[in-house]
Design a protein around this ligand. Structure first.
Ligand SMILES: Nc1ncnc2c1ncn2[C@@H]1O[C@H](COP(=O)(O)OP(=O)(O)OP(=O)(O)O)[C@@H](O)[C@H]1O
Ligand SMILES: [Mg+2]
Length: 506
């Protein structure tokens, strides 16, 4: 290789250098720095014209070639004056073929045409993934594309929380589609936190006494209805209890008079609670939760899990469609579903053979640290902290990473960062990514639709990648306004619109 430049200064893992052959350098391209016994690999992060026509560049150091192998990271640092070269084709192949044996790539490298970005799929899927990017940047397509690559594996098990009914057709016969509003999620599968979230308004002055009293009632009802496990039951156990017990007992306390005719200790305290409770429990939209028909006894719990996780059908992907669920309970249900997956594998002695990927779409909706409700955040925090031990991995998908609790995102080892235009979001990601990416993250606002920067330990280098288009696409197509407006639209079937609208809301 011809020497093409030299190192001028070294600052931590960044070097500044000079070259006179500018045509071979561009931001994102690779250089090697010659050391006595190895070669260090750098990625150009900036270029500028210096005095006398010389080109100055800065580069981040990512690894080194040593004894015919490429390794990520380097303890050795270059010195000023060291020779800079452009790596040869075979050196680049050595880097990019590191993970080739798995034959798993998310797409082509944007800057090296025709070369696939092979990653280590074991590392990628087993240590939590974040897919972030502005709206329309291509997250849902990336998720569909990534999952389609593994859905055919005979043992794959993926559970996807689909908030906008986007993924129903994305996996064909490989997926079990469950419409949560039509399926049943029996209220008694909730833990106590989720019940509180559903029934108690934290701003109600009586919230504290309501929760203490309710926990006692739920526990007693669970014990009374499940005598076989009476001594081991807690308020969180997934066993049947009767919701009317809550109403009857709270009502009697709310109207209680002591033998001396004086008002009982909770007299009038629960009136508000009872009114809301009644409204909710009798609301037709909540029938799937509060009036279960199929799952009405503790014995049905295993059948419930079997259907919910697609264990019976053996399908590798289960799409849980939450689009027709009333928004008031999304938080509690996201918590419930994520927890069921976690608890299931925690108690499953064969979990090592049943690793599950839990995909959380539009995660900012229920993982917002400033949101009124924190149940889902707490649950998912636990899942990401402890999930690895139990074979549960999460894929967190969000267009507003700053709204996703740091405690959750910081547990992700791999990031697919798509175009992010908001500087706060960019800064937030820069803080979270597992290694110092230096200026490399500057490309994030300039990424094209469907292009992502792959960061983390599954990828040999942080690489700009054109994610393969999914086939089929999820139902998230951009609407071409101008094209649509250029033709006369068909008449709107208002009756149909109204009916669909009502079906969702009643
Ligand atoms: N990898 C890709 N290949 C081809 N087209 C893509 C790709 N990714 C995205 N697109 C196009 O971009 C559109 C928007 O993508 P997508 O719905 O995945 O964005 P998003 O980031 O999930 O947006 P939102 O945050 O609003 O959910 C898609 O309908 C598709 O037309
Ligand atoms: Mg999307």
């Amino acid at each position: 290789m011809e020497p093409t430049g030299k190192v001028v200064a070294v600052r931590g893992a960044t070097v500044l250098g000079e070259t006179s052959t500018a045509d071979r350098f561009s931001v994102g391209s690779y250089i090697t720095i010659i050391m006595p016994e190895s070669k260090i690999l750098g990625v150009i992060s900036s270029l500028e014209l210096g005095p006398g026509g010389v080109i100055r560049f800065s580069a981040n150091l990512f690894g080194k070639f040593d004894s015919g192998r490429f390794q990520r990271g380097t303890e050795e640092l270059p010195y000023p004056g060291a020779v800079v070269e452009i790596p040869s084709e075979s050196e680049l192949d050595l880097i990019f073929n590191t993970h080739r044996r798995f034959d798993f790539a998310l797409g082509e490298m944007s800057l090296l045409k025709g070369k696939k970005n092979y990653i280590d799929p074991d590392k990628f899927f087993s240590r939590h993934i974040a897919v972030v990017g502005a709206t329309g940047s291509g997250k849902s397509c990336a998720v569909a594309s990534i999952l389609q690559k593994v859905a055919r594996l005979p043992g794959a098990r993926i559970i996807l929380l689909d908030l906008h009914d986007e993924y129903g057709d994305a996996f064909g016969d490989l997926a079990e589609r469950i419409n949560i509003g039509e399926f049943e999620l029996p209220y008694w599968a909730m833990n106590f936190d989720e019940l509180l979230e559903t029934f108690i308004d934290p701003d109600d002055p009586a919230a504290r006494s309501e929760s203490v009293v309710m926990s006692e009632i739920v526990l007693n009802s669970k014990r009374a209805k499940n005598l076989a496990y009476k001594d081991s039951i807690t308020v969180d156990s997934p066993v049947y209890f009767d919701l009317t017990d809550v109403k009857v007992k709270m009502q009697s306390l709310d109207t209680e008079r002591l033998p001396n005719g004086k008002e009982g200790p909770f007299y009038g305290d629960f009136t508000r609670f009872l009114f809301k409770f009644d409204t909710k429990v009798n609301d037709k939209r909540f029938e799937f939760l509060f009036k279960p028909k199929r799952f009405r006894t503790s014995e049905t719990f295993s059948q419930f899990l079997e259907l919910l996780f697609g264990l019976k059908s053996g399908k590798s992907v289960v799409v849980l469609n939450l689009s027709n669920v009333p928004p008031e309970v999304i938080n509690a249900l996201a918590s419930l579903l994520a927890r069921l997956v976690f608890d299931f594998n925690m108690w499953n002695p064969f979990r090592a053979n049943l690793p599950i990927l839990l995909v959380l779409e539009e995660a900012h909706n229920y993982l917002n640290v400033r949101g009124a409700s924190q149940t889902a955040r707490r649950t998912i925090e636990r899942v990401v902290k402890e999930g690895r031990k139990y074979g549960i991995s999460c894929m967190i998908v969000s267009q507003r990473p700053t709204d996703v609790a740091e405690s959750v995102l910081s547990q992700c080892s791999n990031f697919v960062a798509m175009r992010l235009s908001n500087p706060d979001d960019q800064a937030y990601i820069a803080k979270l990514v597992p290694e110092s990416m230096g200026d490399l993250l500057d490309v994030i606002p300039a990424l094209k639709q469907g292009e992502g920067l792959l960061l983390g330990d599954a990828s040999i280098l942080p690489l700009r990648t054109k994610i393969d288009p999914p086939n089929p696409f999820p139902k998230s197509k951009d609407v071409d306004f101008f094209t649509k407006w250029s033709i006369l639209p068909p008449a709107v079937d208002l009756q149909n619109v109204v009916e669909r609208w009502r079906k969702i809301n009643y």
